[in-house]
Design a protein around this ligand. Structure first.
Ligand code: NAP
Ligand code: G4F
Length: 337
């Protein structure tokens, strides 16, 4: 049975990756941070009685800022695959907490790589890189060869993690792969990222709990895909004969305004009546547009996106309506709006 170690298992991607690996028959070990309140809601459905003899899902306390716990768990678990998904992953917050962001997203990656370098068994390593690294884009669409121009402390930290992964691959022969993933969303997306903020906001307005939704820059354009498909790409990268770097994206770009328009229209609402612009949500330096070319992933690892932009907006909105106690069948169909 293959053993995998996952950092960031309580996050959106970590939870979908755990679902995927368990379905493939893996033994899955996740590292979680100690928190004063429960932080495992996305993985509670995977909980198993620790005394169950054939249990395959385990959680251990650790932190990417704490090398000794990373080394300890790596050596106790002896995983064949390590997925590094943990990070302070909010771009806006990274302007407020640059040092912690760099410590988790940048130095955390180095700490794990260094632990793996000394492992006495072969380990395959996946690094969760980001399209944010392209920043002020120099060409469109972006590929694995596009130059990085990061525009936030988060993106700078991710460039460090990306380059360090290549460094360890080249200097020490580690099987270390970088995913360069464009934005991917789902009903498990954190509520302060813009897509989920919008779909939760629409549900709250429909439920009569809110009147207004406060947003920042509506002109930013992103390449939005569906998270469960993106974790499949991570796994595929580690099944290749040689480690490599891959862009994972839909190749389609939409503005925040389009996302807003689509979500409110599905609910039969006029967004202009409900959305207010709040300067708090603007960033000191913005990434205006991101659009990825995933041709290499299509050819080499057989990965391609399936969920369209409109289907993504709908599935997120349906989930948030359900969560708000509303019937999702009240959403309009494309034909009636
Ligand atoms: P997420 O939902 O914000 O999850 C982040 C995870 O990192 C959580 O499990 C969080 O734990 C954990 N974490 C935070 N600080 C930590 C620390 N000091 N030590 C250990 N773990 C820590 O992010 P996501 O959307 O799943 O993204 C997964 C990874 O992919 C991240 O590295 C992100 O930067 C990267 N990425 C995401 C996207 C995207 O569009 N989603 C695109 C490209 C790259 P708590 O639950 O305790 O906070
Ligand atoms: O949803 P966002 O916060 O995602 P962002 O900044 O693109 O970062 C996400 O995707 C990256 C991949 O490219 C990941 F690496 C990263 O970890 C994270 O998952 O913001 C998207 C856009 C931005 O341009 C932002 O300025 O939406 C704009 N926006 C407008 N109003 C807002 C808001 N963003 C947030 N979070 N909240 C707003 O109210």
């Amino acid at each position: 049975m293959t053993r995998a170690l996952v950092t960031g298992i309580t996050g959106q991607d970590g939870s979908y990756l755990a679902d995927l690996l368990l379905a493939k028959g893996y033994e899955v070990h996740g590292l979680i941070r100690r928190s004063s309140s429960f932080n495992t809601s996305r993985i509670d459905h995977l909980y198993q009685d620790p005394h169950e003899p054939d249990g395959r899902f385990f959680l251990h306390y650790s932190d990417l800022t704490d090398s000794s716990s990373l080394v300890t768990w790596l050596n106790r678990i002896r995983p064949e695959e390590v997925y590094n998904l943990g990070a302070q992953s909010h771009v806006g917050v990274s302007f407020e907490m640059p040092e912690f962001t760099a410590d988790t997203a940048g130095m955390g990656t180095l700490r794990l790589l260094e632990a793996i370098r000394h492992a006495e068994w072969p380990v395959r390593f996946y690094q969760a890189g980001s399209s944010e690294m392209f920043g002020k884009v120099v060409e469109s669409p972006q590929t694995e060869r596009t130059r990085f121009q990061p525009r936030s402390p988060y993106a700078v930290a991710k460039v460090f993690g990306h380059q360090m992964t290549i460094q360890y691959r080249e200097a020490y022969g580690l099987f270390a792969a970088n995913g360069i993933l464009f934005n991917h969303e789902s009903p498990r997306r954190g509520p302060t990222f813009v897509t989920r903020k919008i779909t939760r906001g629409v549900a709250a307005i429909l439920a009569g709990r809110e009147q207004k939704l406060y947003l920042g820059n509506l002109d930013a354009r992103r390449d939005w895909g569906y998270a469960p498909e993106y974790v499949e790409a991570m796994w595929r990268m580690l099944q290749q004969p040689e480690p490599d770097d891959f862009v994972i994206a839909t190749g389609e770009m939409h503005s925040v305004r389009e996302f807003v328009d689509d979500a409110f229209a599905l609910a039969g609402l006029d967004w202009q009546q409900h959305v207010e612009i709040d300067a708090r949500y603007f960033r000191p330096t913005e990434v205006d547009e991101l659009c990825g070319d995933a041709s290499k992933a299509r050819t080499m690892i057989g990965w391609e996106p399936k969920t369209t932009f409109h289907a993504l907006v709908r599935l997120m909105l349906e989930a948030d309506l359900r969560e708000a106690g509303l019937d999702p069948s009240r959403l309009l169909t494309a034909a009636t709006r």
